[in-house]
Ligand binder design. Structure first.
Ligand code: ARG
Length: 255
């Protein structure tokens, strides 16, 4: 009897401790998942992940009064981060697409982008249609990948081979090494890559798509979605969002 009491007491204590420990860990944190290979939206400055999306995420965290935690994963696994509850939101320069809308809910959009084409300086590829029959590098699972892979056969461009990379920078290295004819990637990161290798590569004027970035939450998480939309609305009306984007453009121009 004495022992049983003891066991019960321990169980009770454990039962009380465990949920509290779990709560207090999750309770004061809000988790963002991203793929920090996408300058200037998310990238490493030393060991720290910084960028436009991180600045927006900090505002979201401040709004809900929680500490921001960032998970850096492959771009491909971001939808799963949400559905499995590993994060509260995804901020990753993510384009809203009908397909993605099936698995997650998107906030209002905060940035307009295009898919750009990067080639070597002396390349014979001068326009989008010159990509026909060529070998193109993309970041795995991105809209650039979808466009070039063209599973639905809706595109007017028919590239020969699509090579998929986890990091856009690895695609650029392969382009410079002569293993690719072109790289297709979002225009803002494209601009950054070109500025860092301006003696070797150029960005074509032609673009492939028009896209809009938004923050994603788990399907049905309207509370958080409303909070995110209110943060975005405030940042838009105060001019803070424009300023953030301009600052990052300037940083690119100076780098
Ligand atoms: N906008 C593109 C897409 O949604 C590329 C985003 C890549 N983002 C990143 N953090 N690596 O597919």
């Amino acid at each position: 009897m004495k022992n049983l009491k003891k066991v019960a007491a321990i169980c009770l204590a454990a039962a009380m401790l465990v949920p509290f420990a779990a709560c207090s860990k999750k309770g004061n944190k809000i988790v963002m998942s991203t793929n920090a290979q996408f300058q200037p939206f998310e990238y490493y400055s030393g060991k720290e992940i910084v960028g436009i999306d991180v600045e927006i995420a900090k505002k979201i965290a401040a709004k809900v009064g929680k500490e921001l935690e960032i998970r850096d994963v492959e771009f491909d696994s971001l939808p799963n981060e949400l559905s499995s509850g590993k994060c509260d939101f995804v901020a990753a320069g993510m384009t809203v697409t009908e397909d993605r809308k099936k698995n997650m809910d998107f906030s209002d959009t905060y940035f307009d982008a295009t898919q750009s084409i990067i080639v070597l300086k002396n390349s014979s590829i001068k326009s989008r249609t010159d990509l026909n029959g060529k070998t193109v590098g993309v970041q795995q699972g991105t809209t650039g990948d979808t466009y070039c892979t063209d599973e639905e056969k809706t595109s007017d461009i028919h590239v020969k081979t699509v090579k998929r990379y986890n990091k856009g920078s690895d695609a650029i290295s392969d382009l410079i090494a002569g293993r690719l004819d072109a790289v297709v990637i979002d225009d803002f990161p494209a601009q950054k890559f070109v500025e860092n290798n301006s003696d070797k590569i150029v960005k074509l004027d032609d673009a492939l798509t028009v896209e809009h970035y938004a923050i994603a939450v788990k399907k049905g998480n309207t509370d958080l979605l409303n909070t995110i939309n209110s943060v975005l609305a405030e940042m838009k009306s105060s001019g803070e969002l424009d300023k953030l984007i301009e600052e990052n453009k300037a940083a690119l121009e100076n780098s």
